[in-house]
Design a protein around this ligand. Structure first.
Ligand code: KG4
Ligand code: ZN
Length: 347
């Protein structure tokens, strides 16, 4: 039996978890910073790293307490050290290194985007490899051919905005608030996708994604075509002139186009690679339509699909501890010289 303490601070969630043998979650603490960033309509990196500093130790203590584990019982520390906001990542990495050094136990660093694809295993699901991984989050949108949990090839990724970022920007255009994904999801459920928005395709053979054209199409659709006045773009109208049902219809139209874009990439990847299942992860997996369409796509290829419980869709440390366990059993160890990186396999 191995107990791994996982730490995750890549963006604006301060998280720690204790996981037994990679799949049994004994505790999973996530301190969201949404309330600190809401007035800015997005994550402010400096505020995020300061908040991580204040919260990291209490969050780790809570994770240990809830799992009824003492530090002495922990076998290894796993930390997401890439990709993400560098100031945020450094807080988690410094905490993990200090614990590894003081307890004299192994340190394991993981790419948090790949860790999203461990999330279904926290629900006890076995994954058969090779698998097609789909990560749809606030910072990343990527398709990965997985030979095993860590031997992963990135087949395609976003060339501009990530899908979650596009949801957040769409919600800002529609004045729905932040974080935008859940707001668009709720509004879309009450609307009809009556507006035909583009499903941008990237050039070339790779199933890369692009969401910025879709966002601009929504902006022009909602606010009309802008004119230049004194070098500034001036729009003929604003979303607050629309009725609630018009907003809902735009939200539904945007959501459908964004989801179709992800699904088109998955079709491309599945048509070119033989895999035994699809595995998906990331915050946008909380989206109802995306889950439905991912299920339908895998079914059309006659392969199973594993979607994480919504608890494990957002950034969390249980998935980090899980992937860390896999590395631990493979004999992998990181040195205390390891550092954080804003880039990872999908960025
Ligand atoms: O994975 P995550 O916690 O953060 C990153 O690793 O980036 O994902 C957060 C993203 C946000 O952009 C949020 O708007 C989006 O996930 N999101 C959703 C929904 N719930 C969260 N997007 C669409 N529909 C949802 N229901
Ligand atoms: Zn993430």
């Amino acid at each position: 039996m191995a107990l791994i303490l996982g730490i995750e601070t890549s963006c604006d969630e301060t998280a720690a978890a204790v996981v037994q043998d990679g799949c049994t979650v004994l505790s999973n603490i996530v301190a969201s910073q949404d309330s600190l960033h809401i007035e800015y309509g997005g994550v402010v990196p400096e505020i995020a790293s300061r908040a991580h500093l204040e919260r990291i130790l209490p969050v780790i203590e809570q994770a240990l307490e809830q799992s009824k584990t003492t530090l002495k019982e922990v076998d290894a520390i796993a930390v997401g050290n890439r990709p993400g906001l560098i100031g945020s990542l450094l807080v988690g990495v410094a905490a993990a290194k200090s614990l590894s050094w003081s307890l004299d136990i192994p340190l394991l660093t993981v790419d948090h985007v790949i860790a999203h694809l461990w999330a279904p295993r926290l629900d006890g699901i076995e994954i058969e490899y090779p698998a097609m991984g789909v990560v749809v989050s606030g910072g990343h949108t990527a398709l990965m051919l997985m030979h095993d949990p860590t031997q992963v090839e990135c087949l395609g990724k976003t060339i501009d905005d990530a899908a979650g970022e596009a949801f957040d920007k769409a919600a800002a255009i529609l004045h729905l608030g932040w974080p935008g994904g859940p707001k668009i999801d709720t509004a879309a459920a009450k609307g009809t996708p009556i507006h035909r928005l583009p499903r941008p395709k990237t050039k070339g053979d790779r199933p890369d994604f692009s969401f910025s054209g879709l966002k601009t199409a929504l902006l022009y659709g909602v606010r009309g075509n802008p004119t230049k006045q004194n070098g500034k773009s001036v729009f003929p109208r604003d979303a607050n002139e629309l009725s609630e049902s018009e907003i809902n219809d735009w939200a539904a139209s945007f959501q459908e186009a964004a989801v179709d874009t992800v699904i088109a990439g998955l079709h491309h990847a599945l048509a070119h690679h033989d895999v035994r299942c699809v595995v998906a992860g990331g915050g946008v997996l909380a989206n109802t339509l995306l889950r439905e369409k991912l299920n339908a796509t895998a079914t059309s290829y006659n392969i199973p699909i594993h979607l994480p419980d919504s608890l494990y869709c957002v950034d969390n440390a249980a998935m980090i501890a899980g992937l860390g366990y896999h590395l631990f059993t493979e004999g992998h160890r990181d040195s205390l010289h390891v550092t954080a990186s804003p880039r990872g396999i999908a960025s």
